[in-house]
Each structure stands twice: as C-alpha cells, then as structure tokens.
Ligand binder design. Structure first.
Ligand code: PLP
Length: 360
C-alpha cells in the first residue's frame, strides 16, 4: 500500500472528511452504503478508476466480492452460456481458472506451457482456438510462476471472434490496458489497488445479460451493473481504500508520464534492475524466458538451495520481508507491486549482492 494512502485513511479513521474538508462525524466503516457520503466515495472511486485505466464508456466497472477465485466461477456463469470456453494455461492461476470453469461449461485448453515448467508463454499463433468459444481466458500475470503477457493477444487477428477475458489480479494498474482487445477483465484488489475484499470486474456492455439460471443474483453482472454495484452491500471499506489508491496513482508522474503510464515506467525500471542483477550473478537464477518475464513477480532460486533459510533470515534482518517463494514453486519471489519504490528494489539487490559475496 502507498504510505500516503495509509496516512490519509488513518487521519480519517474516526471521522471521514469530504474533498472540501467537511467532517461527516463518522468512520467510513460506520456509513450506510446507500448514504450520501458513501455513494460519493463509491462514485468517485469508479470515475477515478475509469480515468486511470482509460476505460471506455461501453465498459461497466463493477465492484464485487469473491476474489479472483470467485470470478473463476462467476465469469463462466455469466459468459459461457453453458457452451465452450477456451483457456490459455500459462501457470498456476490460469490452470485453476480452467479447472473451475469445467463445472459450468466445456472449458478447453487452447494452449499450455506446462511442458516448459511454466517458463515461456505459448506463441499465440499456435493456440488452438475453438470457432464456437464464448470467450478466451488468459491470466495477464501469473503471480506464482512469474510470467506476464507483454502485449494482449489480438484474437481477431488469430481468427477468433470470441471476447478476451483477462485475470489481471496481480498486475492491474501497473501498465495501460488496450481495451480494444478485451471483453472482460477481473481482479482482486489486494495486490495493486487496496486491501483484500474487493473484486473489480470491467465488462463490455454486450456481454451482460447472458447469465446461466444458476448464477446467484449478487454475481449476475447485469443485475450488479443495473444497481451500480449496490445490489447487495458492497465492501465499503475496501472500495474507500482503493479509491484513495486510485487518486494516489493518478497523481504519480515519471519521465513526463503520469498515472498508469508513470507506474509502467517505474515497474520497467524496478524489474529491469532485479532481472539484470540475477542474470549477471552466479548464485541466483530466474528460469523464465526473457520475453515472458513478469514485471510484478520475480521468482528466483539460489544455486545452493541449502542456503535458502540463511538468505531469508538475513533478508528479514535487513528489513526485506515476504521473499519466500510460493510453496508450490519453492525458492524466492520478489513482488514488486506498484507501491514498492525503486529504493526497495535497490535495497534488495544490495542485500543479494552482499549475500553472494559472503557465500561465494
Ligand atoms: C493472478 C491471480 N488470480 C487469482 C488469484 C486468486 O485471488 P483471490 O485470492 O482474491 O481469490 C490470485 C491471488 O493471488 C492471483 O494472483
């Protein structure tokens, strides 16, 4: 989380103030979600997110709950019409999405990089897309395996008329989105946008209204859109914090760029610094092919894995936290989300260099 966001939330914890500085006399957590104050917070958050990611008017921005894993069921319930959906499996998260969707539709694997050990994105020209697919699912950034699409696939150019669905949970707002190539994007807020509890769905207008009968009303995109995300009580606190984060993001600037374009510059610099160091080192190794590497999540391994615990203990002592890799992959993982400053990556690289020198 950006420190400025936490400070603002702390200052308003007991008594929220509006943009003109007028006190409301209550915490955001005490507001009615239908009251004037919270409605203004929610509408501002939606408008700021639209501005931040240049979301066109024919897309709805929905604030939901259930997380990325919830969307693995909610998307097929809303989009598949019980027919066929294509999945490009590039790591743990897209594999999970494909598995869950099988409960609601025929979820086909159009491409998979499992045989590379999830280290290289499959070339789009080789994807076996179904002509009747209701949608094509990709995970934009594989958080655990450390792969990221550097460009969204142009499905029309690949001969498919299906809308593209992206799980952008772990890289939303780290780079611009080319909405011309997207039908729906979803993600939990807890990586780049705010606390856990809020799920964002950005969905093209023509994809609403096709939900299966079994779809819960609270997860029916048509109903949620018609009720401006207030069909049931939305996660008010998480929306408030995400809204503060959107404002923080809009204010960021770098090399003459602002907002998400500024974040992209920073994220290129941060990840480039770490990958260059790893590639030049004899102790550390990242197995992902350069063109498939994530700017957000950098998994790496020590050549001598018996030193893993010593590496993590030294890192903790240096104030470098949460570096242990996901249990399914092992090794280390540095997550360089938006709020991580370049100085944080510089500190990590300095520590890694010193650890290598001491253990060479
Ligand atoms: C890319 C991706 N998709 C889905 C999920 C699951 O999200 P949630 O825990 O919000 O259900 C995660 C969580 O880390 C993720 O990184």
């Amino acid at each position: 989380m950006p420190e400025a966001v936490l400070e603002r939330a702390a200052a308003d914890m007991l008594d929220w103030h509006d943009r003109e500085g007028r006190a409301s006399g209550m915490s955001v957590m005490e507001m009615s979600h239908r009251g004037r104050e919270f409605v203004s917070i929610c509408e501002q958050a939606e408008a700021d997110f639209r501005a931040l990611l240049a979301v066109p008017e024919h897309f709805h921005i929905l604030f939901l709950q259930g997380g990325g894993l919830g969307e693995n069921a909610i998307v097929p319930m809303n989009l598949s019409r019980g027919g066929i959906a294509d999945f490009v499996v590039t790591g743990s998260w897209s594999a999970k999405s494909q598995k869950e969707a099988q409960r609601y539709c025929e979820a086909r694997v159009a491409a998979s990089n499992a045989e590379t050990g999830f280290t290289r994105l499959p070339e789009a020209s080789g994807w076996r897309l179904s002509s009747e697919a209701a949608y094509v699912h990709i995970c934009g950034n594989e958080t655990i395996n450390g792969l990221e699409f550097q460009e969204l696939p142009d499905l029309a150019a690949l001969g498919s008329a299906a809308p593209l669905v992206i799980d952008f949970s772990s890289h939303v707002a780290s780079r611009p989105v080319d909405w011309r190539r997207v039908g729906l994007a979803f993600g939990g807020a807890q990586k780049n946008l705010g606390p856990a509890g809020l799920t964002l769905v950005v969905v093209r207008d023509d994809l609403l209204g096709h939900a299966l009968e079994i779809c819960p009303s609270a997860f029916n995109y048509r109903i949620v859109a018609d009720n401006r995300s207030m069909y049931n009580t939305p996660p008010t606190w998480a929306i408030y914090i995400a809204g503060l984060t959107f404002q923080w993001l809009l204010q960021q600037s770098e090399d003459g760029f602002t907002g998400v374009a500024a974040m992209e510059r920073r994220n290129i610099a941060k990840s480039g610094l770490l990958y260059d160091f790893i590639d030049g080192s004899a102790l550390y190794d990242n197995k992902v092919a350069p063109g498939s590497r994530s700017r957000m999540n950098v998994p790496f391994f020590l050549a001598d894995e018996s030193r893993n615990e010593a590496f993590l203990a030294g890192a903790r002592a240096a104030g470098l936290l949460q570096l242990k890799g996901h249990k399914s992959v092992g090794g280390m993982r540095a997550s360089l989300y938006n709020a991580m400053p370049l100085a944080g990556v510089q500190a990590l690289v300095a520590y890694m260099r010193e650890f290598e020198r001491l253990h060479a």
